[in-house]
Design a protein around this ligand. Structure first.
Ligand code: C2E
Ligand code: MG
Ligand code: MG
Ligand code: MG
Length: 284
């Protein structure tokens, strides 16, 4: 089994973990099957321009509707995909889907500013040699406006191998991919890496966006937005659930927000309808 994974990893199973690992490998088998049989789909969550509440873009999020267990959350199956190597197939699928969907939307709908789509990239994907070629192929096939396909990476993903990541990110940027730093504020490393990696966008983690009873939260939120802007980045806030969240973000000068207030992750048809309605309003 370890050999199939490339032989570069040593897996240690402790007896107490045996029952848990049986569950995981079952999930792994099912995930492999799902990838081969269209069991994995993608949903799109709108990202809104706070200034006029128009649609700026969408984040692509993987979905798995398991035949017997029903919907399984990405926070459960992405780690399984990472650990088993299935993330390479899954990641490429999501990347291709997202790029193709964006190309179609850019062709069909005139928006005040170029629509973007962002795709999550895991650490195993980033460390894989093929990523650059995959992104290059996907971009040239889709003929997207430069910077409109954004790759979202978390701090822990880039920090697992900072030297190599810096080089890969530079190459991806040269290819015309946008780069967003996901879940900002949840990591533990020093801020100096922000200078080293040239992200064009930071996504403020939800924990700083919604009131959580800690009095320092608004101060931290304001500082994160200012830091992003001072470093020349655009700022997207994650997890805006209420009108007051959105108002506070707008007042802090945050450009974009994403969250249940504006829309849940939705099926492609529904996202298309949303865009269509806005494009119609545009010409009306
Ligand atoms: P993420 O990239 O930070 O994505 C945002 C998550 O926050 C999504 O959860 C989204 O549904 C949720 N969210 C959005 N707005 C709100 C809100 O207003 N309130 C609350 N409470 N939550 C909100 P989801 O879809 O369950 O995905 C969880 C994580 O799984 C993602 O976090 C991402 O790290 C990972 N993931 C999802 N799809 C993919 C994928 O295709 N590839 C990789 N590598 N990771 C993925
Ligand atoms: Mg994300
Ligand atoms: Mg995020
Ligand atoms: Mg998150």
């Amino acid at each position: 089994h370890a050999k199939r994974l490339g032989g570069d990893r040593v897996e240690i199973f402790r007896p107490t973990l045996r029952s848990a690992s049986v569950g995981v490998s079952e999930l792994e088998t099912d995930l492999k099957k799902a990838l081969e049989t269209d069991g994995i789909t993608v949903s799109y969550q709108p990202i809104i321009r706070l200034e006029d509440r128009s649609i700026a873009g969408f984040e692509v999020l993987a979905r798995w509707n398991h035949p017997t267990r029903g919907a399984i959350s990405p926070s459960e199956f992405i780690p399984v995909a990472e650990q088993s190597g299935l993330i390479n197939d899954l990641g490429l699928f999501v990347l291709e889907r997202g790029a193709r969907q964006l190309a179609e939307w850019q062709r069909k709908y005139r928006m005040p500013a170029p629509l973007f789509v962002s795709v999550n990239i895991s650490s195993r994907q980033l460390l894989r040699q093929d990523l650059i070629n995959d992104v290059k192929a996907v971009l040239s096939r889709a003929q997207l406006m430069p910077g409109t396909l954004k790759l979202e990476l978390t701090e822990s993903v880039v920090m697992s191998n900072p030297e190599y990541s810096a080089k890969v990110l530079e190459r991806l940027r040269e290819l015309g991919a946008g780069l967003a730093l996901d879940d900002f504020g949840t990591g533990y490393s020093s801020l100096s890496y922000l200078q080293r990696f040239r992200f064009d966008t930071i996504k403020v983690d939800q924990s700083f966006v919604r009131p959580n009873g800690r009095s320092a939260r608004p101060v931290i939120l304001r500082s994160i937005v200012a830091l992003g802007h001072d470093l020349g980045m655009q700022v997207i806030a994650e997890g805006a659930e209420s009108e007051s969240d959105a108002l506070e973000l707008f007042q802090l000068g945050c450009e974009y927000a994403q969250g249940f207030l504006f829309g849940q992750p939705m099926m492609p048809e529904e996202a298309t309808k949303l865009l269509q309605a806005e494009a119609t309003l545009e010409s009306a």
